[in-house]
Design a protein around this ligand. Structure first.
Ligand SMILES: [Ca+2]
Ligand SMILES: [Ca+2]
Length: 507
């Protein structure tokens, strides 16, 4: 964590710019946000040494990194670093509905993508009958899963060195039982920490037999101890991708949450929205839970339970899929779309930045809520599949997604471009590469529902590595979104995305 907090200030250091230039020698450089971050962490440790020493230290990273690319320019700025690597806390009622354990398997193989500030287990006793885990307390259930992750860790870091050790995660895996203060203290410490990034809070359920939410209790305490001003400052550092178990803190006590994305509601076919996750994703892209997760994929995959009401229910998974930095999403923009679908403002909470799953996308001639998730379903399942391979296979034996460069910018940040009505915007994926040397296919789309222009815009060269579009004359003052999807021909096929948002100037 210490190193992560240093990222922003490290980027201002002149010495690592020298290193950066050194690493970009010739037309070759290492690219991908992952590398940028690792370099910065490494550079931070060495910034007081001379540049030569730092370069010597950086070279093994160069050798170990499989992300060579050409022609990329620029590097993410501080804001981009913050946007693409969320800090988060999960509160789970593991030990109840076994779908929390399903979600936890997937969550842990994405632990490279964010800084896990904590995992809070709030159910002291596993629910007999419904839950068949041999461990019978929520904290024990989660800890056993983190330990299984730890057994895969040596393999996982071959594929992405950002995976935290099980030791680090176990230190942050605490109980949120009613008589325990651990969850409350963990939340307060994480939010109070000096870090420019907000803390995302993900409640996976607090029902029957679980303790009251540790976040609710933390807010009660902060309000009592720090008064309304201190409470507001604290609350403003939190964001929710979450169920609501926070009582008056959500609707009554000012200020409102800065951002709340409710990935569970509203209902569809008389069931909560998240029940559609299973129907939409369970077999997407040919996914097979036995073949791809439970069998021959190590001790963590073997812990994926199947005795849920819906096959591969994973009702809580969208809370963190929403935060996976894919290159096409921004967690601050629920209406733009993500691997958890697209979200719209709640009409029943006027004036508050509260979103839920009512947004609709048109696919195959029909507009439907499910399309906001369905359009990415095969991609996200294949990605999960590859990560389960990473648990047991060496680097050369598994697939890795392409690194997509958009208009000479690598990393995953959204590209924003200003243009006038009638102007032609050129988009280029030159420099895009695959770490495994796979062949790549390109697809550019105009994501009409995500922009305020609201209509699709014609693209020329929609399956090439560059494309262009002419901004319509009636789009002034509106935004137009283009998504580039690059698919490799590995096994399973994996995608990388980028998004360009065109802010059309007023005439
Ligand atoms: Ca749950
Ligand atoms: Ca690949």
């Amino acid at each position: 964590m210490q190193m992560n907090r240093k990222v922003a200030e490290t980027q201002r250091e002149g010495s690592d710019d020298m290193i950066w230039q050194f690493l970009t020698f010739g037309s070759f450089r290492l690219c991908g946000f992952a590398f940028v971050k690792r370099c910065d962490m490494q550079c931070d440790m060495n910034r007081r040494r001379n540049a030569v020493g730092a370069i010597a230290l950086a070279m093994p990273i160069v050798a170990a990194t499989w992300m060579p690319c050409a022609l990329a320019q620029g590097r993410p700025n501080d804001a981009e670093v913050d946007a693409t690597r969320p800090r988060l806390i999960v509160e789970t009622d593991a030990g109840g509905d076994p779908d929390d354990e399903q979600s936890m398997v997937r969550f842990l193989v994405y632990a490279s993508e964010w800084d896990v500030e904590g995992i809070i287990a709030n159910r002291p006793k596993a629910r007999d009958g419904e839950n068949r885990n041999r461990v019978r307390d929520g904290l024990g259930v989660v800890r056993a899963m983190v330990e299984a992750y730890g057994q895969c860790h040596a393999r996982l870091v071959e594929h992405d060195p950002r995976f935290p050790t099980a030791k680090i995660l176990l230190e942050r895996t605490v109980s949120g039982y009613e008589e325990s203060d651990d969850g409350v203290r963990l939340i307060i410490a994480a939010v109070d920490r000096d870090d420019p990034r907000p803390v995302w809070f993900l409640n996976w359920g607090t029902d029957n037999g679980a303790a009251s939410s540790s976040l609710k209790r933390a807010l009660d305490r902060v309000l009592a101890e720090r008064g309304p001003k201190g409470y507001a400052a604290f609350k403003n550092k939190l964001r929710l991708s979450s169920y609501d178990k926070f009582d008056g803190h959500t609707t009554k006590i000012e200020p409102a949450w800065k951002l709340w994305v409710h990935t569970f509601q509203p209902e569809i076919d008389r069931q909560r929205w998240y029940h559609r996750f299973s129907a939409i994703t369970a077999t997407a892209g040919g996914f097979d839970i036995e073949r791809d997760v439970r069998r021959d994929h190590g001790p963590l995959g073997a812990m994926y339970p199947t005795n849920t009401t819906h096959r591969q229910k994973e009702g809580d998974t969208m809370t963190f899929l929403y935060l996976v930095p894919t290159g096409m999403n921004d967690p601050n923009e629920p209406t733009w779309g993500s691997w958890a679908g697209r979200y719209a403002l709640r009409e029943d909470q006027p004036g508050k930045p509260y979103y839920w799953a009512t947004a609709k996308d048109a696919l195959g001639g029909q507009a439907h809520r499910e399309n906001t998730l369905r359009r990415w379903a095969a991609h996200l399942q294949n990605d999960f599949r590859a990560r389960m391979d990473w648990c047991v296979r060496p680097r050369a034996g598994a697939n890795h997604p392409p690194n997509v460069v958009l208009n000479e910018r690598d990393g995953k940040a959204i590209l924003r471009i200003s243009a006038k009505p009638g102007e032609t915007v050129n988009l280029s994926a030159a420099g895009t590469n695959d770490p495994d040397g796979n062949r790549l296919a390109y697809e550019w789309i105009s994501y009409a529902e995500a922009g305020t222009y609201g209509k699709a815009v014609d693209i020329s060269g929609r399956d090439g590595d560059s494309a262009s579009a002419t901004i319509p004359g009636d789009a002034d003052g509106k935004s137009i979104h283009f998504i580039l999807t690059v698919t490799d021909d590995g096994q399973p096929p994996l995608v990388g995305y980028r998004r360009a948002v065109i802010d059309v100037e007023r005439e």
